[in-house]
Structures are given as C-alpha cells and as structure tokens.
Design a protein around this ligand. Structure first.
Ligand code: URA
Length: 248
C-alpha cells in the first residue's frame, strides 16, 4: 500500500468520491468492504494516495461505481417536496447535506408542504419504485391531530374505507392516542399513497387535520431524527425494508 505526501485518510477519500458521509464511509471500512491496492482494510487510521492507490468498495473500483444511497429526512413543515421550486419556497434540496450533492438523490413519493416527518431520498430507482408500488402495500404511519372528537362509528368508517373523489380508500389502521379540548390525536396507517390522502380521509368524516407528521414507512421509523436533519439508512434498516418489499 503506497503512502505518499498526498496521502489522505481513507474515509475522507471515499466521502470526497461521493460514496456518502464520512461516518458512512467509516462504517464501510470497519465492515471490511474497502480494499487499497488489493489489501482489505478494516482500520480507520489507514491513509492512501487517491491518485496512485487502487481503491475498491465492495469490489468495485472508486470512480467507476454507481453509488446507491438512501437517506431518511425529517422534513419540516413549510418545505416543498421538490428539488427546486419556481416560486422560490424552501425545498428539500436545502436539507440535503453538500457531501451528498453529487449523488443526485430524489424524494420517494411526497409529503405536502404542511406535513412534516419521514421522507426517503434515494438514487436507487429500483428501491423507489418498489416502495411506491401499491402491490407491496408498505404501510405509512402518520400522527394526525384533528378537530372534534371521533366516535367509534367514525373510526370504523376510516378503518373500512371512505369514499373520496378518486374512489374508496383501502382498509386503514386507526388508533386514537389522545384527546384534548376539541382536538383528537390519531395514529393512522395507510397502504396507499394518494394525493393528500390522510387530510381527505378526515375531511370525508367531517374533521379537519391541523397537524400531520409521518412517523414511519414500513419498518423504517423516524425516531428522534431532528427537524430538517438527514441520515443514511443503516444496513439493518435496508435489510428490513428489502425483506418487506419482497413480500408479495
Ligand atoms: N396524506 C396527506 O394528506 N398529506 C401528506 O403529506 C401525506 C399523506
């Protein structure tokens, strides 16, 4: 392995090549997925010369590989789910750290401007297609605060399906989490992804959504990710998601 005056830490070289964040690249190294001049590296102190060393990740030489990356974003309210906005409103592009700019990540589906929470960003077209495809029926979980109180009969209508202008909704999972003054907090899980679906479902039962946040997509949970923050999915999360997407 060649170390010259131009040597840099391996995780910095990988991150600069657009593989992902430094932390993500450190993980690749520790997992033994990186080689330098044919030698497998598993220590974070390793340096290499990016111009002269032959570096591979998962057997693929740096610079020739198409890097697939999927990030989880906690989208704030007031941000549009597009990569640019002709009206100049804040967009999710402003939330993507610069180190990922070269990877051309795009959103998987969308959240309304006034909805916050879990949004996936990826450059893996196959993964995006499968998460969105209705046949996989990945449940998206939302916390909604709605006006009024919900009778058992209303909850049952939401569960079995309500008629919207684009047809009857598929069965949903609905649980009341709390009640304060004239507001109800509801956890709702839907398997479809129609435009403004949750808001329209509640409108159909005469409630207005005053707060809406997506908490989970299938096995992926937002957890305590800060507002406006992004992180790559862990290998375990990717495995769990892949497993769900394989179930037909
Ligand atoms: N349902 C909605 O009404 N809005 C969203 O952003 C997502 C689901």
């Amino acid at each position: 392995m060649m170390e010259t005056s131009k040597s840099e830490r391996l995780q910095k070289i990988l991150a600069s090549a657009g593989i992902g964040s430094r932390r993500y690249c450190e993980r690749l190294i520790v997992e033994g997925r990186v080689t330098v001049d044919g030698k497998q590296i598993d220590s974070l102190g390793t340096k290499a010369d990016p111009e002269h060393s032959k570096i591979t990740v998962d057997g693929k030489p740096l610079g020739t590989m198409e890097v697939c990356l999927t990030l989880m974003l906690n989208k704030p309210v007031g941000v549009v789910t597009t990569l640019s906005d002709p009206q100049g409103r804040p967009s999710i592009k402003d939330c993507i750290p610069k180190e990922y700019a070269a990877l051309r990540l795009y959103p998987v589906g969308r959240l309304d401007m006034d909805t916050s929470g879990l949004l996936l960003l990826t450059n893996d077209g196959d993964l995006a297609y499968r998460v969105m495809h209705p046949k996989h029926e990945v449940t998206k979980w939302y916390q909604a605060e709605v006006t009024g109180t919900l009778k058992e009969q209303t909850l049952q209508r939401l569960r079995t399906g309500v008629l919207l202008d684009d047809g009857l909704t598929a069965p949903a999972e609905v649980q009341v989490q709390g009640q304060r003054e004239n507001r109800t907090v509801v956890l709702i899980g839907i398997r479809e992804g129609r435009n403004r679906q949750v808001r329209r479902m509640f409108a159909a039962v005469k409630c207005r959504v005053v707060f809406l946040k997506r908490l989970a997509i299938g096995p992926l949970k937002l957890g305590d990710l800060g507002k406006g923050e992004c992180r790559p999915l862990s290998n375990q999360e990717l495995d769990e998601l892949t497993r769900v997407l394989q179930e037909d």
